[in-house]
Ligand binder design. Sequence first.
Ligand code: PDD
Length: 289
Amino acid sequence: MSRIIYVNGRYLPHRAAVIHVEDRGLQFADGVYEVFPVFGGRIQNLSQHLARLSNSLAALRIAWPVTRAVLPLLLEQIRQRNRIADGLIYLQITRGVAPRDHAFPRNPVSPTLIISGRHIDMGRRAEQAARGVHLVSMLDQRWSRRDIKSVSLLANMLAKQTAVESGAFEALMLDQDGYITEGAASTFWIVDRDGTLVTRPLSEDILPGVTRQRVLNLAREKGIRVTERKIHLDELAQAREAFLTSATLFVMPVSQIDAVVIGNGGPGVVTDTLRTHYIENLGSVGGGG
Ligand code: PDD
């Protein structure tokens, strides 16, 4: 199937979807992005992703390229034109095109808006979730405003590549003190040795994951004991369970981190419960619109 991509007001075939060489996204990674999950033919968690996009734009002082009210219509157009039932919609906004200068352009320029979509093989995701994935830990080398969903992803990309080259699914990034920040493109969780569900508290150190918030709410609804605190690498050997969350992974069990096998080496009970309920609940709160 040919892919259709939205670029600055036009729906274009994949090969014709191009931006200017002096786009500040290309020259400075001066832009932000969002990944919206699509499941069962619906864009999920729409309002939460738009709220985060609003924060990212405000942090970089980039204007909305179209009104916030119009954006969902464009996202849905891309979903429909590419016939995506299960997958993702990718949105990127850069400051726009201007002669290269580190400072913001003096005269206002129109931000660049790109929207594309992709199918995800849910069968393959389910197979991975049935086994649990492997992670490798490494130093988090990103900048200090990781709460902004910026397209400046060099350190994330290098971390993920290191993980892939060592046969792992994802990188697990550590701060200078050996505490886990997050995955290269995911939020990290454990069920600790006391049976408490744990994830790192929000700060400028991590991205405020939309899936993270939904899973926290779900865990509380289900009466699972939850705490937001930092997790040290040394604690993983005693962890009962571990998992990742993101727009595209939902809840993904982790079976091994470096040489440490987590729990019994397969998905744990709490993880499985959360994965099942998360998928069942998709679309019921703030999904679709
Ligand atoms: N990544 N942390 C980082 C660094 C991420 O890049 C992501 C998402 C998350 C999870 O956030 P959410 O639950 O809102 O998807 C955490 C997306 C999927 C990506 O870059 O492709």
